[in-house]
Design a protein around this ligand. Structure first.
Ligand SMILES: NC(=O)c1ccc[n+]([C@@H]2O[C@H](COP(=O)([O-])OP(=O)(O)OC[C@H]3O[C@@H](n4cnc5c(N)ncnc54)[C@H](OP(=O)(O)O)[C@@H]3O)[C@@H](O)[C@H]2O)c1
Length: 274
């Protein structure tokens, strides 16, 4: 079975805990992002799904979810452009009236060993994975601080925790998200407190990271089957992860009831890093 054939197991709806919430999911129309969009709409949220290249794929995804009655809009933009990030967040707030949840999921790899890595390979990966998260979070947080509530969830990677041959750019971008997440979590709480809006029983504003292990998406399509076998063997539960298994953690963190969890890294990796 190829990796792509195993995709598409939707998380079953368990409740309506995100009803009335509006979420942006960058890269939200395929791979892990699509599973996150499905999980959030499955629990009552409206989803603004971002994409950058593949409009026909994005339209097909929206049509699939619209068929279930979900409220989904599409937003094209390149997260490595600060202007695109500002425009996209503004577009979402205008169309949906508010923004409650930001999931920074868009990401790329450009793998080469360090001697062969071009400046552009480094710059591009940092620009999309790390700067993109910063640009999106900066503009979203401003709106969340005005409203006094919000959730920011950054999709990092096990590679940010362990490093990997051929991935100095990717590992640096994903490790960078840990520091960014903790600093934003502190700043968000600090700003609410300073304004006297840090309510004991309120949803507040939290910022967390999720660090998946190796997950069955197109991102792994270029990895040779022999290497995937070695990865499976290194995972205590002996398999790759599914996008839905990452999505359920994001959905959990997105809920109002998760207000006491902030500045944390949630691993979803089959026990690979312990
Ligand atoms: N798969 C894994 O094993 C794994 C493990 C750990 C962490 N992750 C992380 O999880 C996230 C999703 O990975 P995935 O496996 O689902 O990847 P994927 O299948 O390759 O999808 C990547 C998504 O990011 C979007 N994207 C790429 N560049 C963008 C840009 N410049 N601006 C806006 N959107 C952009 C793509 O949009 P288009 O559809 O328009 O191209 C696509 O929706 C990434 O951050 C990745 O690093 C993945």
């Amino acid at each position: 079975m190829t990796i792509t054939e195993t995709r598409g197991i939707a998380e079953l709806p368990e409740g309506n805990e995100l009803a009335g919430r509006v979420a942006i999911v960058t890269g939200g129309t395929r791979g892990i992002g699509a599973a996150i969009s499905r999980a959030l709409v499955g629990h009552g949220a409206s989803v603004a799904a971002g994409f950058t290249h593949d409009r026909s794929r994005a339209e097909a995804f929206r049509a699939e979810l619209a068929g279930t009655g979900a409220d989904v809009t599409l937003h094209q933009g390149n997260v490595s452009s600060a202007d695109d990030c500002r425009r996209t967040v503004q577009e979402v707030i205008e169309e949906h009236g508010q923004l409650d949840i930001l999931v920074n999921n868009a990401g790329i790899t450009m793998d080469r060993t360090v001697g062969k890595m071009a400046d552009e390979d480094w710059n591009q990966v940092i620009a999309v994975n790390l700067s993109g998260t910063f640009f999106m979070a900066k503009v979203a947080l401003e709106h969340m601080l005005e409203r006094g509530t919000g959730r920011i969830i950054n999709i990092s990677s096990i590679i940010g925790q362990t490093g990997n041959v051929g991935q100095v750019n990717y590992a640096a971008s994903k490790s960078g998200l840990f520091g960014l997440t903790m600093s934003l979590a502190k700043e968000a709480a600090f700003s609410l407190k300073r304004e006297g809006r840090l309510e004991t029983h309120g949803a507040g504003i939290t910022v967390n990271a999720v660090a998946p292990g190796f997950i069955e998406t197109e991102m792994l399509d270029s990895v040779p089957e022999k290497v995937l076998d070695r990865i499976r063997a290194a995972v205590p539960v002996n398999r790759l992860g599914r996008p839905e298994e990452v999505a359920r953690v994001v959905r959990f963190l997105a809920a109002d009831a998760s207000s006491y969890i902030t500045g944390q890294v949630w691993a979803v990796n089959g026990g690979q890093e312990m």
